[in-house]
Design a protein around this ligand. Structure first.
Ligand code: AMP
Ligand code: GLY
Length: 431
């Protein structure tokens, strides 16, 4: 079987998914809609200029090109029902339906689901009324406290408030619809959890699931995990914090009840399920959030380590046959450093010419593109997170060394990156 695959999206995650798919022994051609300059430079990958919100255009492209499988990267089209539309048109589209995607699309939906199924998570309340929310804050009177917009807010809908005034203003801003529009008309206020975060991603067919290699990202912008929250400034796999014990607890207390609960309520979850975990000092994981897709930048190191054919896994999951599959991983660790534009996640410049890309050999590092554009044959910056530089190594420290050697060869005037990606993992490797 030689599959033709279409990947939907344009970021670093999609570059990594498309690249891994293009290396599959059962794939003949990969298309990416709309893709980026990184995907367009890959052998066997072609960018197609389709608006990913235009499901009819996607369906027409799939029919005209006999696409065997569509893999969806970002959450927005999933929440908008791309899987429902394509499946109705007879196309194999891997991901959750719009109903199942509410696990990410609505924090209220996901918190109610977690509570109903006794899955460990932070205590919370949900509000649409400002007076009631403020009342609740006054009664709780414990800081920090976490305030979240209900809907999709591109990773920016979470505020950790350190005092009443900040919490009050956040609640007022969100509920007035000023900050996140519709996504903020409902909010949840939840208990602040302490511990170490990890990303636990599984592929699910609605009933059976297979864990992906474990991973961790660094959400804070600056060294030492300081500064504003971002989409992720770097990631690595495996995650030492996910010990055997944590792994087993996550499977038994979180993943199994989630897959079972979604099936029982008539919205079986097919797709990549990402549980954002907070692991406390007693090794007990709690769910911070669900994502209904692969993480970015976690995908990049995970795809570097994946050795099985991703297309075959996705097609088996669509058929409900993951129980027949196995997944193989490279034993090496992988670490990816995000190169960003200075100022991200706030205001930043676009259009800087990037130099040094041609000096990187794929034996040392793999550079995945995210916010880049092509201008007069040159690659320029075109987003907050610009590139993710990934390297494999016998352990995370060796992977880190290799990755940073390449990071230093790629330059532009307003380049910004963390210098310490992996520091917690390396500390625990050493202990
Ligand atoms: P979320 O989009 O819900 O994952 O939140 C984004 C980030 O905010 C998480 O990765 C955590 O770093 C932080 N966060 C969210 N909820 C909590 C919580 N209840 N306690 C502590 N940190 C949190
Ligand atoms: N890296 C976190 C995310 O993809 O949401």
């Amino acid at each position: 079987m030689q599959n033709k695959v279409l990947v939907i999206g344009s970021g670093g995650r999609e570059h990594a998914l498309a690249w891994r798919l293009s290396l599959s022994t059962t794939v003949s051609q990969v298309f990416v809609a709309p893709g980026n300059p990184g995907t367009s430079r890959e052998k066997n990958i072609k960018n197609v200029a389709i608006d990913i919100n235009d499901f009819r255009a996607i369906i027409t492209f799939c029919k005209d090109n006999n696409i065997d499988l569509v893999v969806v990267g970002p959450e927005q089209p999933l929440c908008d029902g791309v899987v429902d539309s394509l499946t109705n048109a007879g196309i194999n589209c891997f991901g959750p339906t719009a109903d199942a995607a509410q696990l990410e699309g609505s924090k209220t939906f996901s918190k109610e689901f977690l509570q109903k199924n006794n899955i460990p998570t932070a205590a919370y309340e949900s509000f649409t009324n400002q007076d009631k929310a403020i009342d609740y804050l006054q009664k709780q009177n414990q800081y920090p406290i976490v305030i979240k917009a209900d809907g999709l807010a591109a990773g920016k809908g979470v505020v950790i408030a350190d005092n009443f005034n900040q919490a009050h203003d956040t609640v007022a801003d969100m509920l007035s619809g000023n900050v996140f529009g519709e996504a903020g008309h409902r909010i949840i206020i939840e208990e602040f959890l302490q511990g170490e975060e990890a990303s636990f991603i599984v592929i699910s067919d609605g009933e059976n699931f297979i864990p992906m290699a474990t991973s961790q990202d660094h959400k804070a912008r600056d060294d030492g995990d300081k500064g504003p929250n971002t989409g992720g400034m770097g990631a690595y796999s495996p995650a030492p914090v996910v010990t055997e014990e944590v792994f087993q607890k996550t499977i038994d207390l979180i993943i199994k009840p989630t897959i079972r609960g979604m099936k029982q309520q008539g919205t079986p979850f097919v797709g990549f399920l990402y549980a954002g975990l907070m692991i406390d000092k007693n090794n007990n994981p709690k769910v911070l959030e669900f994502n209904v897709r692969f993480g970015d930048p976690e995908t990049q190191p995970i795809m570097m380590r994946l050795q099985s054919n991703l297309d075959e896994l996705c097609l088996a999951a669509i058929k409900g046959q993951l129980n027949l599959c196995e997944v193989n991983w490279n034993h090496q660790a992988c670490l990816g450093v995000v190169l960003a534009e200075k100022g991200y996640p706030n205001q930043y410049y676009k259009g800087s010419e990037i130099s040094g890309l041609e000096s990187i050999s794929e034996d040392s590092c793999k550079v995945f593109h995210a916010g880049t554009a092509e201008k007069g044959g040159k690659i320029v910056t075109n987003g907050g997170r610009v590139l993710c530089v990934c390297a494999l190594g016998e352990d995370i420290e060796l992977a880190q060394n290799k990755a940073y050697q390449c990071v230093d060869k790629i330059t532009w005037e307003t380049k910004y990156n963390r210098k310490d990606i992996g520091f917690k993992a390396i500390k625990s490797e050493q202990s």
